[in-house]
Design a protein around this ligand. Structure first.
Ligand code: CAA
Length: 694
């Protein structure tokens, strides 16, 4: 192992290099020698200035997250920053890669920061259910001003070095030779002469702060927090930076941190951080498996789904050939894409010339032969096995050797689709979620014959186009939609037995979901499910008569709810009447249904199905299921995903209540999965399962 801290000298400037792969996290084994180095160099009169830099791919990416929840060994990061800040000779952080969280806080302990142009700086703690706990919510407002700092802290999204320079967070940018330039910068500062002001003494931006405007921003933000504690604590802490003396604000920030780090939400969000990284590790796809090169993608279908997928590729820098059946459909698809980009331009999130560049990356066609030079081809056509087989038959004839052939199916058997081709090893499912240019989740469906390098390519492409990938096995509906079906299996009975759509939906939004199942159904359109049911000879007690009345949801202004002005749902007495009538026809006596019962009859079956998915090996780990649900279906991040939540909630209780509802309704979705029953009985956890398999 390399030395985590080394000190070298460039004449009278000392260079401290941190080296703690992979991301230079501030683990104890780095903090201790760093403290020694700082104290030694501080007291060494031959040292006139100090540069703090990092080896490897990045500047410090934060505290070591694995140390959270354990007793913190001293020196902690605050000790280091306090020591650094008191040094009277000029101190310069030299930043490349990402300076994140504790990394940026450490850099804020220096008098100056210089960076390469590609560097990014941010405080992503909010994404871990935390606030920056080593002065970030106080020092950043001192530099950027409180309103700008609040934005950076609460979004958790890093800013580029250019923006950091403009805001004064970075003092100089360099093209390369970072350390040499940082040394020259430090030497120039020595020549200018001190005293050098620590960030804590630079109060100008605080004194000119507009507290009323800040409070308005913070109030706006609190509305969007949807039950998450961290963003609210961040805002309160930044406010303290304005209203309190520096050290008091710092002490209060610490209190917030201590409270949040031991809370359920942060534990859940830290679980998701590691779960996302775990999901990218796939059995049989080791580091030795090299992904295929992807220079151009072909997308079949320019409808909502195909268009969204095409935009994702172009946004990730991969040119797209977009195929439609007719010139009219193609033009319509391209016009929608252009309109979507125009909306981004009008919101200020995309520059006009970037929009022009992106539009130039689309090539439209109605001829399959034009897909011959694509390295990956994804079909997003009608969800019907015969239609899919027809498309794959055509692709097999025209696609170049080694091209990846992918289906965006949300339910169908990828092995059957692959079998129509002479190259099943090149076939994979890539299940995007609508709107595909926005939603993060990508279910990568591994067929029986899918080659390891095809999976490696799918994972690499997902990263390029900013998706969160999870590899799943073949089954009806894969992980997400299969569990969604279990979640809604009892919904109509809840209505018939006495709940209103609004009561069911409210229990979901109170739990933290962005919307409930009936609002969601109205948004997606009730006609799709109706058509499916008819083709399968199935019926639904409430949804069918709604559709027969032309109530397809938001698009017709009526569904489970009434939409008198656009998207706001309103209770509709006619729906209530319909539900009562259908209950009467079935001899059901309606009663009051509690929020707890709604949870038991919707979330528990979904978790039960998750356990079956694990038993069957459709998902490799419970945490993969969590990633699917948080990124594809709006499961509240502060609860860590359904399987994480289930464990915290108590598997024993879940099994007991599933048994209860199974006895009462006889429905298979309530019959506890053997795995769930076993873990509940033994007091075991899903994580142990994974360890046993490893
Ligand atoms: N602590 C511990 N491990 C970390 C880590 C951290 N802060 N950041 C990354 N890692 C680990 C990852 O788990 C991963 O491990 P495996 O290879 O074993 O899976 C490895 O480092 C590489 O990470 P990525 O796969 O994410 O690499 P990447 O190149 O795609 O991204 C990155 C690099 C942008 C730095 C990204 O890792 C990242 O965003 N890291 C987290 C940054 C963060 O949240 N920092 C704040 C920490 S909290 C804090 O600092 C609190 C405070 O105020 C004191």
């Amino acid at each position: 192992m390399n030395q985590p801290v080394t000190v070298s000298r460039d004449a009278d400037v000392a260079v401290i290099t941190l080296d703690n792969p992979p991301v230079n996290a501030l683990s104890f084994h780095l903090r201790a020698p760093l403290m020694t180095a700082l104290e030694t160099l501080r007291d060494d009169d031959t040292v006139k200035a100090m540069v703090l830099t990092c080896a490897g791919r990045t500047f410090v990416a934060g505290a070591d997250i694995t140390e959270f929840g354990k007793p913190m060994q001293r020196p902690d990061l605050r000790d280091l920053i306090a020591t650094l800040e008191k040094i009277e000779k000029p101190t310069v952080a030299a930043i490349h890669g990402t300076a994140l969280g504790g990394g940026l806080e450490l850099a804020l302990g220096c008098h100056f920061r210089v960076a390469v142009k590609e560097a990014r700086l941010g405080l992503p703690e909010v994404k871990l259910g935390l606030l920056p706990g080593a002065g970030g919510t106080v020092r950043l407002p001192y530099i950027l001003g409180p309103r700008k700092a609040l934005k950076v802290i609460v979004s958790g999204t890093p800013i580029g070095a250019g923006e950091a320079l403009q805001g004064g967070l970075v003092d100089a940018l360099h093209d390369g030779e970072l350390v040499a330039n940082a040394v020259a910068f430090a030497r120039a500062k020595v020549a200018e002469g001190g005293p050098f002001k620590a960030v804590r003494d630079r109060r100008e931006r605080i004194e000119e702060a507009d507290l009323a405007a800040f409070d308005a921003d913070a109030a706006e933000l609190a509305k969007k927090a949807r039950g998450l504690e961290a963003p609210v604590a961040c805002a309160q802490s930044v406010r303290n930076a304005i209203t309190l003396p520096f050290d008091e604000a710092l002490a209060k920030e610490r209190d917030f941190f201590v409270h949040l780090v031991s809370g359920e939400q942060s534990r859940a969000q830290r679980h998701l951080f590691f779960a996302e990284r775990e999901a990218a590790k796939v059995a049989g796809v080791g580091k030795d498996v090299k992904p295929r090169e992807i220079r151009r993608a072909g997308i079949i279908g320019a409808g909502t789904m195909g268009g969204g997928i095409a935009m994702s590729f172009v946004n990730g820098g991969i040119p797209v050939t977009l195929l439609e059946m007719s010139k009219e459909a193609l033009d319509r698809g391209l016009a929608t894409i252009e309109k979507n980009y125009a909306i981004s331009v009008s919101r200020g999130s995309l520059a006009e010339d970037a929009k022009t560049k992106r539009m130039a990356m689309f090539t439209g066609t109605t001829d399959y032969a034009d897909l011959a030079d694509c390295d990956i081809i994804i079909e997003a056509v009608f969800e019907d096995m015969d239609v899919k087989k027809d498309v794959f038959g055509k692709l097999d004839k025209i696609a170049k050797a080694g091209a990846i052939l992918a289906s965006n199916t949300s339910y169908l058997d990828v092995d059957q689709i692959a079998a129509i081709t002479a190259r099943p090893q090149d076939v994979v499912g890539l299940h995007f979620f609508s709107p595909a240019n926005v939603m993060k989740l990508l279910e990568i469906v591994r067929g029986k014959k899918t080659a390891p390098d095809v999976l490696a390519t799918a994972l690499a492409v997902a990263k390029r186009i900013a998706k969160v990938p999870v590899v799943v096995g073949v089954c009806h509906g894969f992980v997400g939609n299969r569990m969604l079906a279990a979640r809604s299996a009892d919904s109509e009975d809840l209505l018939l037995e006495g709940a209103s759509p609004a009561e069911v939906d409210k229990s979901f939004t109170d739990f933290g979901w962005p919307m409930g199942p009936f609002q969601m159904a109205d948004l997606a359109g009730l006609d799709i499910g109706w058509r499916n049911r008819k083709s399968l000879g199935k019926t639904a007690a409430i949804a069918d008569p709604l559709c027969e009345q032309g109530r397809f949801g938001q698009k017709t202004g009526k569904g489970y709810y009434l939409y008198e002005n656009g998207r706001t749902p309103k209770n509709d007495p006619e729906v209530e009447k319909l539900i009562e009538e259908k209950a009467r026809e079935r001899g059901i006596e309606r009663r009051e249904i509690s929020a707890e019962e709604i949870t038991e009859r919707s979330l528990y079956p979904m978790i039960n199905e998750g356990a079956r998915i694990l038993e069957e090996g459709i998902a490799a780990r419970a945490s993969d299921i969590d990633i699917v649900w948080v990124n594809g279906y709006g499961f509240p991040v502060g609860k860590g995903g359904p399987m994480f939540w289930a464990e915290a909630h108590g598997l024993k209780k879940i099994v007991e209540r599933l048994d209860h509802w199974h006895t009462r309704t006889g429905k298979a979705v309530f019959e506890p999965a053997p795995l769930l029953r076993r873990l509940a009985a033994s007091g075991g956890s899903f994580a142990e399962l994974r360890e046993a398999a490893a």
